[in-house]
Design a protein around this ligand. Structure first.
Ligand SMILES: [Zn+2]
Length: 137
């Protein structure tokens, strides 16, 4: 059973700077959790849906969802990790090489991976060109 973070509708705060979130970035309606599968004994039960109402912070511009489900629940039985796929890692490595040449990027640039799954793009063997950082979860 998903566990709520305790955030109240209309009073959500930015995960980074704690400013009240008042601006919609995009509202994609409702969706079940990704990478969660219905078990055989749950086939006749309703599936939970959660808002995909993405907001942007007016102070720091972090784009974010409210935390409707705890991180522990989401990742306790997560079904897919990008770094499991060697072909995907090769693609990511080729992409980093291509985009760093195209945009003339180098070690002085900061690479931030958004919606990073398991952070595969920031691995030192993949993101060899950049200093790396990651957004708050
Ligand atoms: Zn903020």
């Amino acid at each position: 059973m998903p566990k709520s973070s305790g955030s109240n509708a209309g009073t959500s705060l930015c995960r980074f700077c704690r400013t009240a979130l008042r601006h919609t970035f995009v509202d994609l309606g409702m969706s079940p959790l990704c990478e969660s599968y219905v078990q055989a004994d749950q086939m006749n039960e309703m599936e939970r849906f959660y808002p995909l109402h993405v907001k942007v912070c007016e102070k720091c511009y972090l784009v974010q969802l409210e935390e409707y489900v705890s991180r522990e629940h989401i990742f306790s039985e997560y079904a897919y990790f990008s770094s499991y796929s060697e072909s995907w890692l090769r693609h990511a490595s080729n992409y980093v090489e291509m985009i760093s040449q195209r945009l003339n990027l180098g070690a002085d640039n900061l690479c931030v991976e958004v919606a990073s799954n398991d952070g595969y793009l920031l691995r030192p063997d993949i993101c060899v060109t950049f200093d790396t950082g990651s957004p708050p979860a």
